[in-house]
Write a protein that binds this ligand. Structure first.
Ligand SMILES: [Zn+2]
Length: 244
């Protein structure tokens, strides 16, 4: 009887681990795999003091222009992962960001979590069309909503000409939760190393803390010798711009 129980338990554990192994493989081949194929970027290895500031969920009529002013003051270029529906509403802000040398990137049209297949293609296509209509530039980078992806989503993105961009795991500022200016500042200043990709949000809620934090972060990092570049520049591709 006891032996049967042990056998039964062993079989259960085996079945569960096989299921999980299969499931996680189906959902995500992992960072190593995708860094080797070049389909996904988290950050890069470099000795050069370059970092990429990234902003999700904009443009926002109040906060994005304030962020653009700050970036200009510190000669910083950033990457904006914009929502198509907001770009549609605020084309002037998109135009300004582009004209000032920032990189525009795709963060879907309506911010759906885990959209895949045709739905994801539609979200990507619509957003790129809007951005291209405003600037003449069609984004080549896609950041999944919440940074949550599956193998299928990555393949869909690639099939449609996009590279998937996440962020440095140690530099998610969680600014969307309004954790306090000090916390955001500390996270960035304690964590930043060359080649990092930092995650901020310029839309989707009150971003006062993000702006206050940037006012402190930018001068310090600049003094430390950091250069703020776009994601395409970080990857060594300096010609992502197609003129109108
Ligand atoms: Zn988002």
């Amino acid at each position: 009887m006891k032996r049967n129980n042990i056998i039964f338990l062993t079989v259960c554990v085996l079945v569960i681990s096989i299921f999980y192994a299969g499931f996680s493989n189906a959902a995500d081949k992992g960072r190593n795999y995708y860094e080797q194929t070049g389909q996904v970027l988290w950050d890069i290895q470099t000795e050069e003091k370059v970092i990429a500031l990234t902003f999700d969920d904009g443009p926002d009529p109040r906060y994005t222009p304030e962020i653009l002013d700050l970036l200009e003051k510190y000669d910083a270029k950033a990457t904006f992962f914009v929502l198509g529906r907001s770009a549609e509403k605020y084309p002037k802000i998109i135009e300004r960001a582009y004209d000032e040398g920032h990189e525009l990137a795709n963060h879907t049209y309506s911010h759906p979590f885990k959209a895949k297949g045709h739905k994801l293609e539609e979200e990507l296509r619509k957003t790129n069309e809007i951005i291209r209509g405003i600037t003449g530039f069609a984004p080549v980078l896609f950041r999944p909503v919440g940074g949550i992806y599956t193998d299928e989503m990555i393949n869909t993105a690639q099939k449609n000409g996009f590279k998937v961009v996440i962020w440095s795991w140690h530099l998610d500022t969680q600014d969307w939760k309004s954790p306090g200016v000090r916390r955001i500042v500390r996270k960035v200043l304690n964590g930043t190393t060359p080649g990092d990709v930092i995650l901020f949000h310029d839309g989707g809620g009150n971003r006062t803390q993000t702006i206050k934090a940037l006012e402190q972060i930018l001068p310090v990092l600049q003094k430390q010798g950091y250069k703020f570049v776009t994601i395409s520049e970080l990857m060594g591709d300096i010609s992502p711009r197609i003129k109108k």
